[in-house]
Design a protein around this ligand. Structure first.
Ligand SMILES: Nc1ncnc2c1ncn2[C@@H]1O[C@H](COP(=O)(O)OP(=O)(O)OP(=O)(O)O)[C@@H](O)[C@H]1O
Length: 237
């Protein structure tokens, strides 16, 4: 479904991505991990069209999307959440979903919005103010809901579980798995918590200093000495 081929991104003198190549298949859930500053969010920005790569290609469902702006990639089926949730002020939860859907899908489908509200347990807050009347988990659910409202085939989730305690993470993860199965989504999930990512993602990709240093099943990847070193900051052997 998604193929990255030699993707590079530079910000002035900083090489944020140094030739990243990876694939995500239809229906697959991939964990994206790595230390702070590894390039994870930049990878999402480059896939969703916020940042242009300095080299490389990105194909989605068989076509290069390099020249497609952000809104067009959303309409092709690339949906994403942001690390810092920014709901629209003075708008209800439902209105936030409607605006996201207009942007990403080009039309409003009230049935889908009701279904998203229901799946994410936001139905009772649908007509409440999205900034001032939501609990932390509900803010996170709305951030996922906005991405889902765009009718994606691929959902990129940037640390949506951060800040939740263990039980909250587990419950939210179960909701994500339900949503994935209901809408037949491929997902790439950025998350720092190893037990969480291991439970949700059969395959994990590890970035460090803008390069993929390991990928595979979580059990093997998190035992890989290079991965352990990247987290502890020790020099490679
Ligand atoms: N707009 C920008 N301008 C300049 N440098 C940037 C910009 N965005 C990211 N960087 C740099 O690119 C590198 C990768 O950053 P990125 O945010 O992608 O890492 P990350 O893995 O998502 O980190 P974290 O886990 O802390 O969110 C860092 O060195 C960062 O400072």
């Amino acid at each position: 479904m998604l193929t990255l081929d030699g993707v590079q991104v530079s910000f002035g003198g900083v090489s944020a991505l140094k030739g990243v190549s990876m694939t995500v298949s239809a229906g697959e859930t991939v964990g994206l991990v790595g230390p702070n500053g590894a390039g994870k969010t930049t990878l999402f920005n480059v896939i969703s069209g916020i940042v242009r790569p300095t080299a490389g290609d990105i194909t989605f469902r068989g076509h290069s999307v390099l020249k497609a702006p952000e809104w067009k990639r959303a309409r092709l089926g690339i949906g994403r959440s942001f690390q810092i949730a920014r709901p629209l002020h003075h708008c209800t939860v439902r209105e936030n979903l409607i605006v996201a859907q207009r942007f990403g899908a080009g039309r409003v489908d009230h049935e889908r919005i009701d279904e998203i509200l229901d799946l994410l347990k936001l139905g009772h807050k649908a007509d409440r103010d999205a900034v001032s009347e939501l609990a932390l988990t509900e803010h996170k659910a709305l951030e996922v809901g906005k991405a889902l409202a765009t009718n994606p085939h691929l959902l990129l989730l940037d640390e949506v579980l951060a800040g939740l305690e263990t039980n909250g993470k587990r419950a939210f993860m179960e909701q994500l798995a339900l949503v994935r199965d209901r809408f037949n989504l491929a997902m790439v999930v950025i998350e720092h918590d190893i037990p969480t990512i291991s439970a949700l993602c059969p395959r994990v990709v590890v970035l460090n200093f803008g390069e993929i240093i390991a990928e595979g099943n979580p059990g093997a990847v998190f035992r890989d000495p290079n991965v352990v070193r990247s987290y502890t900051g020790e020099a490679a052997a």
